[in-house]
Design a protein around this ligand. Structure first.
Ligand code: AMP
Length: 218
């Protein structure tokens, strides 16, 4: 099963995509994480991507599409993929459709996680992420048990360099200008399902599983 997760920055896409991918045993392709991982390794591609990421802008399509198309040809993607943060504009959506069609595959569902703008700003402002396992925390809504440490793996928590007010504003602007048109693109294919992204983490996960036709074992 191939599922695209759409949602503004702060909608909880990353958290839910990781959870749902684990539950359904699908590969999880998160382009933002791929760029951040590449930055740790200091590759040329990563340095180029960073200049865009730090401004809250999209990394150029030629870099992003190439990276994703390489990734989906890996063996762990054969059974299916949750796409998290990709596609982010029409050109990427069309490139993905074409690549999938060439492998006689297609996107099965597009889950749009919807959260109000007011809530997005609140969430992004106090976000902390584990450097090791990428688990997200929030200063107010979901603080870690020990300040600065991940509850799950003990890793160090950090704030993303693009989670600062000016960049947050730009990322939301980019979402509404470039990514939101994908809602229309995918709704025409009849594959789009809208899920309320406000509520408890498990509650939202259950809504997503239901939207893609899968029930949780619980
Ligand atoms: P994310 O972790 O999904 O919020 O992505 C962080 C940043 O990585 C974005 O603000 C972009 O600069 C870049 N990025 C992630 N995915 C894409 C994509 N599909 N196309 C272009 N840039 C991306």
């Amino acid at each position: 099963m191939y599922v695209v997760f759409l949602g503004a920055p702060g909608a909880g896409k990353g958290t839910q995509a990781a959870e749902v991918a684990k539950e359904l045993k699908l590969a999880h392709i998160a382009t933002g994480d791929m760029f951040r991982d590449a930055q740790k390794k200091g590759t040329k591609l990563a340095l180029e991507a960073k200049t865009y990421m730090d401004k809250g802008m999209l990394v150029p399509d030629e870099i992003t599409i190439k990276m994703v198309l390489e990734r989906i040809s890996a063996p762990d993607c054969v059974k299916g993929v949750i796409f998290d943060g990709f596609p982010r504009n029409l050109a990427q959506a069309q490139a993905l459709d074409k690549a999938m069609a060439e492998q006689s595959k297609a996107i099965d569902h597009v889950v749009y996680i919807k959260v109000s703008e007011e809530e997005l700003l609140k969430r992004l402002g106090g976000r902390w992420i584990c450097r090791q396992c990428q688990s997200p925390y929030h200063e107010v809504a979901s603080p870690p048990k020990v300040k600065g440490k991940c509850d799950k793996c003990g890793g160090e928590l950090y704030q993303r360099s693009d989670d600062v007010p000016a960049t947050i504003k730009e990322r939301l602007k980019v979402f509404f200008a470039q990514t939101a048109p994908l809602i229309d693109y995918y709704s025409k294919t009849g594959k789009l399902v809208e899920v309320n992204g406000e509520g408890g983490m498990d509650e939202i996960k259950q809504r997503i599983l239901k939207a893609v036709g899968k029930k949780s074992p619980r």
